[in-house]
Design a binder for this molecule. Structure first.
Ligand code: ADP
Ligand code: MG
Length: 266
C-alpha cells in the first residue's frame, strides 16, 4: 500500500513537472454539446473486465454523484477518465471541452485540467503544506494563488509550514482538494472525499465543496456516503457491476426508495 502510494505520488510529480511540448491532437469541433462526455467506456485491469460499456454526459458547472456499492467500478471510472496507467481503457471515447482524452496520456489530461483527488489523498510526506501546493504549480496552467487557497482554507494557512503527512485526515483531504484548485481545473474528480472522516469533519469538507460548487467547477464525486453526495450533486449516476443502471437527478434518487435500497443500501 505504502509502495503504491509512493508510486502514485511519483507519477503525480512527474505529471505536474512535464512541460507542454506535446502536439495537441486534431479535434473535430462541435460534435458533442456536452462539456464532458463519456461514451461506451470499457476498462480492464489486465484480464479483469471491470467497466462494461458506460456512457454519460455532463454539462459545464454540473456536479454529478457517481454512486454504487463497493467494487461497482466507481474508482475505475475516475481513473479511466484521468487516463491512469491502470486500468487500461480498451474501448470508448472521453471528450472534455472538445478535447479527446481517450487519445491522451495521464500528464496530458492533467495539463488540460482534469484533476483527480484520489481516495488515499496522496499527500507527499517530507514536504510542507506550502511545498505540496507549490509543487502543483510547477507548470502552467495555474489556478488559484497560494494566498487565495489560504483564504478559503484557513486551516491550511495556519499549518503552512507543517509536514503535509502529519496533518489530520480532514486536513489532508483539504490539502488534496486545495492542490487540485492550485491548478486550472476544468473537471474535478473526487474519490471518496469523506472517507474515514468524523461527521463534524465531513461537515467542514462539505462546506468547502459547496463553496467550490458556487464557483461552477464541473465535478464528479464518488462517495459511499450517498446521502452527503446527493446533497451536493445536481445529478446522480449509479453503477452496478461495471454497468450504469441509473442516470437522473439527485432528487430522483432521494425520492426513489426502491432504487436506493437496491443499489445503495440506504
Ligand atoms: N488494481 C486492480 N487490479 C485488479 N482488479 C482491481 C484493481 N482495482 C480494482 N479492481 C477490481 O475492480 C473492481 C472495481 O473496483 P473499484 O473501481 O475500485 O470499485 P469501487 O470504487 O466502486 O469500490 C473490483 O472488483 C476490484 O476488485
Ligand atoms: Mg473506490
Amino acid at each position: 500500500m505504502r509502495l503504491r502510494t509512493i508510486q502514485l505520488c511519483r507519477r503525480l510529480i512527474w505529471a505536474v513537472a512535464m512541460n507542454n511540448k506535446q502536439n495537441k491532437p486534431t479535434v473535430s469541433q462541435g460534435s458533442d454539446p456536452a462539456f464532458f462526455s463519456c461514451w461506451d467506456m470499457h476498462a480492464y485491469y489486465a484480464e479483469s473486465y471491470i467497466v462494461q460499456g458506460v456512457s454519460f454526459n455532463i454539462r459545464e458547472g454540473e456536479i454529478v454523484a457517481l454512486l454504487g456499492r463497493n467494487g461497482a467500478g466507481k474508482t475505475t471510472v475516475l481513473r479511466s477518465i484521468a487516463r491512469a496507467a491502470d486500468p487500461q481503457l480498451h474501448h470508448g471515447e472521453l471528450w472534455l471541452d472538445h478535447q479527446p482524452l481517450h487519445k491522451m496520456e495521464d500528464y496530458q489530461v492533467a495539463q488540460l485540467g482534469v484533476a483527480l483527488v484520489p481516495e488515499d489523498r496522496c499527500i507527499i510526506g517530507g514536504l510542507s503544506v506550502a511545498e505540496n501546493l507549490q509543487l502543483a504549480q510547477i507548470e502552467k496552467p495555474i489556478g488559484w494563488s497560494i494566498e487565495r487557497i489560504y483564504e478559503h482554507f484557513p486551516r491550511l494557512g495556519e499549518r503552512r509550514n507543517q509536514d503535509g503527512i502529519t496533518l489530520s485526515g480532514g486536513e489532508q483531504q483539504m490539502l488534496a482538494v486545495a492542490r487540485a484548485l492550485a491548478r486550472d481545473v476544468k473537471l474535478l474528480l473526487l474519490d471518496e472525499p469523506y472517507e474515514g472522516l468524523a461527521p463534524v469533519i465531513v461537515n467542514d469538507i462539505e462546506k468547502i465543496l459547496l463553496n467550490i460548487k458556487q464557483l461552477g467547477i464541473t465535478t464528479i464525486i464518488v462517495e459511499q456516503n450517498a446521502v452527503a453526495a446527493l446533497r451536493l450533486a445536481d445529478r446522480a449516476l449509479i453503477l452496478d457491476t461495471g454497468k450504469l443502471v441509473f442516470d437522473g437527478t439527485a432528487q430522483e434518487v432521494l425520492d426513489n426508495e426502491a432504487l436506493r435500497h437496491q443499489y445503495l443500501a440506504i
